[in-house]
Ligand binder design. Sequence first.
Ligand SMILES: [Zn+2]
Length: 333
Amino acid sequence: MSAVIEQVFSDPDIYKIEVPFENLSTSATNCYVMKDGGDVLVVDTGAPTDEGAAALSDALDKLEVDRDHATWFLTHLHMDHAGLVDQVVPWGGFVLYGATEAATVRASRTGMFLDSLRREYRRQGVPIGSLSVAARLGIEVQMFDPDRLRSCLMRDGDEVAVGRYTLRVIETPGHTTGHLALYEPSNGILFGGDHALFVISPSIALFPGQKDGLQAYFDSMQKVRDLHVKHLFHSHGPVRDDFEDRFTWLVDHHRKRLDEAAGIIERIPHLTGYKIIRTLKWNVPFDDWDDVPIMQRYIMLTQGVVYLNHLVDTGRIVAKNYGDGILLYESAK
Ligand SMILES: [Zn+2]
């Protein structure tokens, strides 16, 4: 399998590698190789498929990446970013990823997390039958074996040296609770992961017990805007220059969805979260909720709960529990 490699920047040389992976909205993960003065940085890997492993390996060989001495940086631990670490990073490889991301993934594997996720869905009135599937899908985050690697957990402001360049870690929670971007200030380059994409509006993480994920995303968006990025290298789809417009679009998109949910609650008070989420207009090619594939339905449920939580946190709606543990929503006005 030969990979699609494109040089997207020179001095420092940066190459985009498309690692194939078909899912709901994308056909590949963009991994990046940055080279300077004999140093090599690889940003993200790809989904754990044989085809992807072959494509990435081929690209790394063609770009003459010395895997033993490369620095491997993971923007987040979704399987289409961290899924090939075990296949491509050699024993003792130097792998950097988010401290918060690592803690979240560890926590999401515990029974306590599963219980709290089940409780969250129960509170929203999701039928019992869907709960176990939804909860199971919620923890399907691909993790590699950290014991065989030299792992380094990164936090906001940490630095990564590549030749003459020093890149700064920017925590950008929202898409995942520990999502990271990597910023090179002298050229205004941002390796942005899934923070802002053109092919899809990135999903927002729901992690029971943690703060409003959508507010975290809005705050991360402002943080990225304040960097005045000149070149955004994101993880799915072609590299484009008009990302500032896309930042605006993404925030507006979420604000419209919030208004839509608040409008439904104002018109029809005392609905469950599940009913409100099913009433929202989703951009999917299905008229009937039951025809939507389970994975997509789960994402819609998660995003719906994220919107409801944000509306409650910002005081626009209130959630009332009439004793059976299921929340009914009404306007705060
Ligand atoms: Zn992702």
